[in-house]
Write a protein of this length. Structure first.
Length: 613
């Protein structure tokens, strides 16, 4: 079993999980009106008390002055969650960071970077893990608003495989001019405290938070504490910024985690509940399609706002406390639901004796996630439960069925190659000119290509090289995944967006640019083009790491229904293209590539192919 062994929340409502839970239970909201960062209009948001953050961080050991607020919040959160009961420096402990934008505020020319690499997500993750003496390379998940759920699923997979004994999952995002202006450009923000699922909902509030869950694997006799039972990620394959009207990806994720489960045992569903019309309606449709419209539904955005990469972790913690407390929390601000909706919205505190609860999340890029938790509701939650880590001694726990590479491509240095053979050679130049030349040489007809940012164009072209002769292409498929990695996240597009908000007299934030400041949009573009409804995910690494890619993808295939996956390293930064993509599956292919294993060595070999054979 994968059990929660520690937790924390740092938000506008408190600096411990217990403090935050009691605030929510008493009906408090941390959302207030703010005028900051020279933005042309005020906004409603939930902000962490910076003075308290700095004072609390100063009380820690080894508190250097060059940590950013983002990193301080993460370190404080992990410190409280661990509470000295776990040796976080142990090599069997892995850190996982869930975030959307990290230290993106450092792109502002008025900000001072404590280190040249401070804007990279992997750098912050290394600083956070390094503070605790942990030398493992942290896993960084940047998958829009479902990042916190994805990080928990990744932790579950690695613990179940026996690769680690303990996983520290931390979700963090801090607000800035960059983030708030982007959501303002979408006209998505409410001028009052948001009201999820209410007939009068008019938009979301933003929030900032750091939240941590420490997971361990325990044996079946350990019945105490909340456990993560199942998790699923599915894509809508519909639109990069608009929810599916049928709730397809959300429905598929719910269907996956409730398969063979007596749904009468589910106490409540903690929905994404952003209070935007399209999100709330999409979730309502998906919940009804999954046969769960009789289950109480709540949401927490009216207390914390939308905390982006922290939301999946924070809302799982609050829901865990509520479940262990045998309590169903109400939706803050809910008065009356929309006509026609069959959802059973929790509008007041209620009791429950049911052991399961569901956490739902959705995000830009059509990504959706659902987590199933189990709580020992016969007993009150212990704030300091005993730690009973189940260590792994059998190598068989790590074994997975062999995977095979069906096709691979490489785009780098002004050259594109498929299966090691050059298909296009040009001159690599900045501003995406090489990508446009490659697109035209491939005679691809997809006008949306010209609206994409360069990172998405690069991933799109790699997928075209891989799939252009695929027999099942454009057929809706639930059994395929898109798993992407890179080094710089979306920094190239981030810099382009930052230029649009740099000066007050030239302030023109564009929603069409802002949406591409999420790196997972590249996986969404691939999914939409090819009708892939399976898992889409995005990871950030300090460099191309064949071992990390092979391990992550291998454990994605722990999902028994998965048949194939597009696996990609996609890096576009400062005019340089660096992409490698493989089509991977567990059935040996029949073509000329039969027998090519999917392995660390093979990935490394493919990555270093730069010339025609």
């Amino acid at each position: 079993m994968i059990k929660q062994a520690g937790d924390n929340i740092i938000s506008s409502l408190g600096f411990t999980a217990r403090e935050n839970y009691e605030s929510v239970k008493s009906g408090r909201s941390g959302i207030a009106r703010h005028e900051r960062w020279g933005l042309p209009e005020p906004f409603m948001a939930s902000l962490i008390d910076r003075e308290r953050l700095n004072d609390s961080f100063a009380s820690l050991r080894h508190c250097a002055n060059d940590y950013t607020p983002f990193e301080k919040a993460a370190i404080l959160s992990v410190s409280d969650a661990a509470a000295t009961r776990i040796d976080l420096s142990d090599p069997r402990v892995l850190f996982l960071l869930s975030t959307t934008k990290g230290n993106v505020h450092l792109l502002d020319e008025n900000e001072t970077r404590p280190h040249p690499d401070a804007v990279y997500l992997w750098y912050s993750a290394q600083r956070i893990a390094g503070y605790f003496g942990n030398r493992n390379t942290p896993t960084v998940v940047s998958n829009a608003c479902i990042s916190g759920a994805c990080a928990q699923i990744e932790a579950m997979r690695l613990l179940e495989a026996g690769l680690y004994d303990c996983a520290v999952v931390t979700g963090v995002d801090m607000l800035s001019k960059f983030i708030v202006s982007g959501f303002q450009s979408f006209k998505a923000l409410s001028h009052d405290v948001c009201r999820p699922f209410d007939a009068a909902h008019e938009g979301l509030n933003l929030g900032e938070a750091a939240s941590t869950i420490i997971y361990i694997r325990t044996d079946e006799t350990d019945t105490g504490g909340v456990t993560l039972a199942r998790g699923a990620v599915c894509n809508d394959a519909n639109h990069i910024s608009g929810p599916s009207r049928t709730g397809e990806g959300c429905f598929l994720a719910l269907q996956s985690i409730t398969k063979d489960l007596d749904t009468d045992k589910i106490a409540f569903i903690n929905a994404h509940g952003t209070a935007t019309v399209y999100n709330d309606r999409m979730e309502a449709v998906a919940i009804a399609r999954a046969g769960l419209d009789g289950t109480p539904v709540n949401g927490l955005k009216g207390h914390f706002g939308h905390t982006l990469g922290a939301a999946g972790v924070l809302e799982s913690v609050i829901s865990s406390y509520a479940s262990a407390d045998r309590t169903i929390l109400p939706v803050q601000g809910f008065v009356a639901g929309e006509t026609g909706s069959t959802l059973r919205i929790a509008d007041r505190i209620a009791g429950t004796d049911k052991p399961y609860f569901i956490k739902m999340l959705s995000g830009f890029g059509g990504c959706n996630a659902a987590l199933l938790f189990r709580s020992p509701t016969a007993e009150t939650r212990e704030d300091n439960p005993p730690i009973r880590i189940h260590t792994h001694t059998h190598e068989s726990e790590n074994s997975l069925p062999p995977l095979y590479i069906y096709k691979h491509c490489r785009i780098a240095g002004g050259r594109a190659a498929t299966d090691g053979k050059t298909v296009f050679a040009g001159t690599e130049t900045g501003n995406g000119k090489f990508l446009t030349a490659l697109y035209r040489a491939m005679e691809t007809d997809y006008p949306k290509f010209f609206k994409m940012d360069n990172l998405s164009k690069l991933g799109f072209l790699a997928s075209e090289l891989i799939l252009r002769d695929d027999a099942v292409r454009f057929t809706p498929r639930r059994d395929e995944a898109v798993v992407c990695f890179n080094r710089s996240s979306s920094l190239d597009t981030d810099a382009a967006y930052q230029a649009t908000i740099r000066h007050e007299d030239a302030f023109f934030p564009s929603p069409s640019v802002f949406v591409y400041t999420l790196p997972n949009i590249v996986s969404a573009e691939i999914a939409i083009r090819n009708k892939i409804y399976g898992e889409t995910s995005f990871y950030v690494c300090p460099h191309f790491d064949a071992g990390r890619i092979a391990t992550t993808v291998g454990h994605v295939f722990r999902n028994k229904s998965l048949r194939r996956a597009l696996v990609a390293w996609i890096e576009y930064f400062e005019g340089r293209c660096d992409a490698m993509m493989c089509l991977v599956g567990h059935t040996p292919p029949d073509d000329a590539l039969q027998g090519i294993p999917f392995s660390e060595d093979m990935l490394d070999k493919i990555y270093h192919i730069t010339k025609s054979k």
